[in-house]
Design a protein around this ligand. Structure first.
Ligand SMILES: O=C(O)c1ccccc1NCC(=O)[C@H](O)[C@H](O)COP(=O)(O)O
Length: 408
C-alpha cells in the first residue's frame, strides 16, 4: 500500500496488482494518502484473475467521521460477492478433479450478479462449449426460480406429489425378463447437436407409445432453452397415468432442482460428473435418497468413471457415448469404460450401467450389451419415428409382444 496514490472519484479503476496488496490487509474502511477514505468491504473479495476492477465508491472527507459505504446495498452486495468467490473456489476445486466445465465466468461474477463492480469485458468470460453454456444459463434460471419458489414452498408441495416408483428395480426386472438391455426411452423434442427432432411433438402421446413398445422407464427432457422440453411435459406424462418410472433429464447444479423435479412427478434425476465435483455428487445423491429418487450418474471418460466408482452407494451409472463438449458420438466409449478393473468393480458392486446416446440399430444394442450394460438410454432413433412403438421394435429387432406391458 505504501506509495500507492488513488484519486478517489465516484468510479475508480484499480490495477490488479494493487488489489492483491489490498487483499492482504484486513480492510473495512480504507484511508488513502489524500485524506479520503472509502468503505471497501467488497474490495477484499475482488477477483485475483481480473487485471483491473472498476469500483464505484463515494468519497469521504477525512474531517467527516461518518463512514460512507460503497452503496446502501453493501451488505446484500457482499453476500453476492461471497457467493461469487465461493463459485470461483468451487471451480478451482473442480479443476483438481479434472472437471473442465466451469460454474462461473473466470474473470467475473456469476451471470446473475449485479454490481457494485463493473468488470472488464473479457473473452474468457464466454462459455467454452455448449455444456458450459447450458450450465451458466441454468445457474441464472435456477436463481430466478428459487426466488419465485423458495425451498420451504417446494417442501410443502412435496406432500401433493405422486408417489415415487422404483426406477432401478424397473430396469432390473426388465433386463431379467427380456434378456436384453432395459430401455429408458427419451421424450426429447430437440437437442443442441441435432436441432429439432420432431415437429409434431406431443409428449404424452410419445410417452404412451414408448410404454406400449415395452420401455422400462422414460427420460423426459425438462430444459427449455436448449432442448425445448419442460417440467410441464414431465408433469403431464405423470398425470396421464404412464406407469413407467420417469427420469427428469435436467442439468442439475442445485439441490433445489431435485425437490422441484419430485414435485412434478420425477422418480429419478440425472447427475453429470463432468459438471459436479465429488462432494456435490455425494450431497445430491443423499438428497435423492432422502426423497426416494434414483440418481443416474453420468460419465464420459475414464477419469469420471474412476471418480464415481470412488463414491459409496452409487446404484446407476450412465456412460454417455456423446462428448457433451464436442458432440462427437462413439459407442465404443461404453466398451472402453467397462473394460478391465472398472468392469470388474461394477459387477462386484451390482451397479447397473446404462449405455447412452448414439444407439440406432439392433447391432448397436448387442454391442453395448456385450460390453456389459444392462440398460440403454435412447432418444433420437426412436423419437423421430412416425410411430415410436415401432421404432422400439425395430431397435431391438423383436416383436412387441416380447416387451408388452413391461411397466404394468
Ligand atoms: O444431445 C445433445 O446435443 C446434448 C448436448 C449437450 C448436453 C446433452 C446433450 N444430450 C443429452 C444426451 O446425451 C441424449 O439426449 C441422450 O443420451 C440420448 O441420446 P440419443 O439417443 O443420441 O438421442
Amino acid at each position: 500500500m505504501e506509495g500507492t496514490c488513488f484519486s478517489i472519484r465516484p468510479s475508480i479503476r484499480v490495477p490488479f496488482s494493487n488489489l492483491s496488496s489490498l487483499k492482504s490487509i484486513p480492510i473495512r474502511n480504507l484511508s488513502f494518502g489524500n485524506g479520503s477514505s472509502i468503505h471497501v468491504n467488497a474490495l477484499e473479495t475482488a477477483s485475483r484473475r481480473s487485471s483491473s476492477l472498476c469500483i464505484r465508491a463515494q468519497q469521504q472527507d477525512s474531517s467527516n467521521s461518518s463512514i460512507l459505504s460503497l452503496s446502501s446495498e453493501a451488505v446484500g452486495d457482499s453476500i453476492k460477492i461471497k457467493e461469487w468467490e465461493f463459485g470461483r473456489l468451487q471451480d478451482e476445486l473442480a479443476a483438481t478433479q479434472g472437471i473442465r466445465i466451469r460454474r462461473r465466468p473466470p474473470t467475473g461474477p456469476p451471470l446473475h450478479y449485479e454490481g457494485p463492480f463493473e468488470l472488464e469485458e473479457n473473452e474468457d468470460n464466454a462459455p467454452r462449449n455448449i455444456l458450459e453454456d447450458i450450465i451458466w444459463t441454468k445457474d441464472k434460471e435456477v436463481l430466478q426460480l428459487k426466488e419465485r419458489m423458495p425451498l420451504s414452498m417446494l417442501k410443502k408441495d412435496l406432500e401433493n406429489a405422486p408417489p415415487v416408483r422404483d426406477f432401478v428395480e424397473s430396469l432390473k426386472v426388465s433386463y431379467l425378463r427380456t434378456g436384453v438391455p432395459a430401455l429408458i426411452a427419451e421424450v426429447k423434442k430437440a437437442s443442441p447437436s441435432r436441432g429439432v427432432l420432431r415437429e409434431d411433438f406431443d409428449p404424452v402421446q410419445i410417452a404412451q407409445a414408448y410404454e406400449k413398445g415395452g420401455a422400462a422407464c422414460l427420460s423426459v427432457l425438462t430444459d427449455e432453452k436448449y432442448f425445448q422440453g419442460s417440467f410441464e411435459n414431465l408433469k403431464a406424462i405423470r398425470t396421464a397415468g404412464v406407469k413407467c418410472p420417469l427420469l427428469c433429464k435436467e442439468f442439475i447444479i442445485d439441490s433445489w432442482q431435485i425437490y422441484y423435479a419430485r414435485t412434478k412427478g420425477a422418480d429419478a434425476v440425472l447427475l453429470i460428473a463432468a459438471v459436479l465435483p465429488d462432494l456435490e455428487i455425494k450431497y445430491l445423491t443423499k438428497i435423492c435418497k432422502m426423497l426416494g429418487l434414483a440418481a443416474l450418474v453420468e460419465v464420459h471418460d475414464e477419469r469420471e468413471m474412476d471418480r464415481i466408482l470412488g463414491i459409496d452407494g452409487i446404484q446407476l451409472i450412465g456412460i454417455n457415448n456423446r462428448d457433451l463438449g464436442t458432440f462427437k458420438v462413439d459407442i465404443s466409449n461404453t466398451k472402453k469404460l467397462l473394460e478391465g478393473e472398472r468392469g470388474q468393480a461394477i459387477r462386484e458392486r451390482d451397479i447397473i450401467v446404462v449405455g447412452e446416446s448414439g444407439l440406432f440399430t439392433p447391432d448397436d444394442i448387442s454391442y453395448v450389451q456385450e460390453a456389459g450394460v444392462k440398460a440403454v438410454l435412447v432418444g433420437e432413433s426412436i423419437v423421430k419415428q412416425a410411430n415410436p412403438t415401432e421404432g422400439i421394435v425395430g431397435l431391438f429387432d423383436v416383436g412387441p409382444t416380447n416387451f408388452e406391458a413391461e411397466c404394468a
